[in-house]
Design a protein around this ligand. Structure first.
Ligand code: NDP
Length: 247
């Protein structure tokens, strides 16, 4: 599906690698000016910016740990200062660590919630100060919000389930402004977090209707749809794109 984001300004968290990088690239390809954050992957972020600029697009990379509310808010404000506004916010940055609930360290529990949930609230609140009517907030959730056929996923699954409730309430709060709020919930997607080859990948394919990982570009395509004008009636929804993982 063709989408057109000419004149739009987007902010994407965790845009340096994986799904986030594919989202940055897709939005930029379709005409958006895109600011994105990275944490550790400076070189990858700079390469992404250079590629977009070489193709005539506009991209800005900002270093920020999304677990640090002050740094994240500063990055959102800096993006809005440079781009003039934020029309589309994509809360993509996330972490995943596998641990049995009997052994998970409290620090790891807190870290996963800070990055996967608290940062969504922080970035959304900061972006809303720069977002006009008709804006878009899109979170990258996970099919694991609804189905966890393996052990050691409890906290990650909880963090993504939290977003299901969050978007419903935010959709109600922001409906009067015409701002839509949704989750895109990928299934296994071939990134550093979840490589498409290997023993665990094969175990995932066992429970899926399609026996493969998604390409990050496939997830970015659904994000582009939800971000588009055409998706103006989609809000409060958690849209799964998982190759039948949850089927
Ligand atoms: P990757 O591990 O490949 O990339 C993670 C991205 O998030 C990187 O750009 C990284 O930045 C950034 N990031 C991580 N921690 C922080 C932090 N504290 N502050 C700022 N940025 C941070 O992950 P994916 O692309 O696979 O995942 C992206 C999203 O998709 C996540 O929310 C994940 O939970 C979700 N998801 C992924 C699935 C999969 O199978 N891959 C399936 C379902 C959901 P940097 O490299 O600069 O540190």
């Amino acid at each position: 599906m063709a989408t057109n984001f000419q004149g739009k300004a987007a902010f994407v968290t965790g845009g340096s690698r994986g799904i986030g990088a594919a989202i940055v690239q897709r939005l930029a390809n379709d005409g958006a000016a895109v600011a994105f954050t990275y944490h550790g992957s400076k070189a990858a972020a700079e390469t992404l910016v250079a590629g977009i600029q070489a193709a005539g697009g506009r991209a800005i990379a900002l270093q920020a740990d999304v677990a640090d509310a002050t740094a994240l808010t500063r990055a959102v404000n800096e993006a809005a200062r440079q781009l003039g506004k934020i029309d589309i916010l994509v809360n993509n940055a996330g972490v995943f660590s596998m641990a049995n609930i009997a052994e998970l360290a409290l620090e790891d529990f807190d870290s996963m919630l800070n990055i996967n949930v608290r940062a969504v609230f922080v970035a959304s609140q900061a972006a809303l100060a720069h977002m006009g009517d008709g804006g878009r907030i899109i979170n990258i959730g996970s099919c694991n919000a609804e189905r966890i056929p393996f052990p050691n996923f409890a906290t990650y699954a909880m963090s993504k389930s939290a977003l299901v409730g969050l978007v419903k309430g935010m959709a109600r709060d922001l409906g009067p402004r015409g701002i839509t709020v949704n989750n895109v919930q990928p299934g296994p997607t071939d990134t550093d977090m979840n490589p498409g080859e290997g023993e665990f990948a094969a175990a995932m394919h066992e429970v899926m209707a399609l026996k493969r990982h998604a390409r990050p570009e496939e997830i970015a395509a659904m994000v582009a749809y939800v971000a588009s004008e055409e998706a103006g009636f989609v809000t409060g929804a958690s849209l799964t794109i998982d190759g039948g993982f949850n089927a």
